[in-house]
Write a protein that binds this ligand. Sequence first.
Ligand SMILES: [Zn+2]
Length: 109
Amino acid sequence: MICPQCGTENADHASFCGKCGRELEGAPAQPEQQAVPAQPIQRTRPDKLVRCSDDKQVGGVSSGLAKYFGLDVGLVRLLMILGLIFGTATFWIYIILWAVLPEQQCGSQ
Ligand SMILES: [Zn+2]
C-alpha cells in the first residue's frame, strides 16, 4: 500500500499511512467486475417462416423452410418432390404456404 501523499510504502492492511497519517484507500484495488453483456445469439436463419424471394425454384417455400429449420435446401426440395409424388397433401401444403408466407430476402447461401 503506497501512500498517495508521501509515497511511503505501508502494510497492505494499513488504514493510515505510518509516516504522514493520511488515510489510505481500503483493500488493495480489485479489478472491477465487468458486467459482460449477454452476447445475442447469432441468428443464421430468419425469425419467422418466410419465402425466400432471392432463392427460389418455384415459390421460395422450400428455401424458406430450409432456412427456418436449418435444413439443406436440396433436402427440403427433395422431400417436397417426394411428397408430391406420393400424395397430394404436400402440393396443397405448398400452395397454402406459398399463399400465406410473406416473401423476404433471405440472403444468398
Ligand atoms: Zn504518507
